[in-house]
Design a protein around this ligand. Structure first.
Ligand SMILES: [Zn+2]
Length: 278
């Protein structure tokens, strides 16, 4: 059975309006309070999965070595960092065997390299990326060019890359599923044991406020696909009591989704799935 640990790469901020798409501010600000620049606080949560000799990092995070201007624009706060979390677990970056970003936006894949030096941070790892996502990152549409940045994509070209197209079981019980929606090559991660499922839906459900299938980000390239995939994730996850880990939820990212009075809500709950914490 895979062992799963929750890691953190700190926090940052994005515009609250962009994070909630067409949802009126009067509704979203109750759940995600904006600062004076209308930005909301977001965590960068990651998972470490250990299975036999494999050490798999799901979401390498926002990274390090950003310029001062970039760090202040996004209010990047690295009081936690994946590399120090790994260090606390006694794991060196060289020991990571697989790196799996859900997609190649900077807040998910920025951590593959040090932005200052261009050095890959997990030099021995296979980096597993959906083909469609690689194409989108190499020829970005102007709509999301600001999220696909050369500071980490250039070094990534030198990494051990493994392109996949669609669904793939990377070790027994750990499955990657192409969802599209947020980006054309966005993938979700599922960890399945005998009777339990842990879902890591990436930017399809970034915070607890986003458990409403219609609350999709303005960043999404295919919002109709996002809604369809979110509906599938939320309905099945509720029925089968999946444990969800939400990538940008800053308060408590681990929980289950409940349906009460026709409304879905996210409830913190770590029972039923072993998540080592740091
Ligand atoms: Zn994101």
């Amino acid at each position: 059975m895979p062992k799963v640990c929750l890691l953190s790469d700190g926090t940052f901020k994005l515009d609250g309006g962009a994070m909630h798409g067409v949802v009126p501010k009067a509704l979203w600000e109750k759940q995600n309070q904006p600062d004076e620049k209308n930005r909301i606080l977001l965590a960068v949560n990651s998972l470490l999965i250990e299975y036999e000799k494999e050490k798999i990092l799901i979401e390498p995070g926002i990274g390090s070595g950003h310029s001062e201007k970039f760090a202040s624009l996004y209010a990047i706060d690295k009081k936690r960092a994946i590399l120090s979390d790994l260090n606390k677990l006694g794991i060196s970056p060289e020991e990571i065997t697989m790196v799996v970003p859900t997609h190649l936006h900077f807040d998910h894949a920025g951590g593959v390299a040090d932005w200052r030096t261009g050095e890959l941070l997990f030099p021995n790892a296979r980096h597993i990326i959906q083909e469609k996502e690689w194409e989108a990152a190499m020829n970005p549409h102007p709509k999301n060019q600001a999220s696909y940045l050369p500071e980490f994509l250039e070094p990534l070209k030198k990494a051990k890359l493994e392109m996949i197209d669609g669904e793939k079981e990377i070790v027994p019980g750990v499955k990657l599923v192409l969802t599209g929606g947020h980006t054309h090559g966005h993938q979700a991660v599922f960890i399945e044991t005998q009777d339990k499922v842990l879902a890591f839906p990436g930017d399809l459900i970034p915070t607890r406020a986003h458990v409403n299938p219609l609350w999709v980000m303005a960043y999404d390239v295919d919002p109709e696909k996002s809604i369809k995939m979110k509906r599938w994730l939320i309905e099945n996850g509720t029925k089968e009591a999946w444990t969800f880990v939400l990538v940008h939820e800053p308060v408590e990212p681990v929980g289950k989704i409940k349906l009460e009075n026709n409304k879905y809500s996210f409830n913190s709950d770590r029972s039923g799935f072993l998540l080592c914490d740091i």
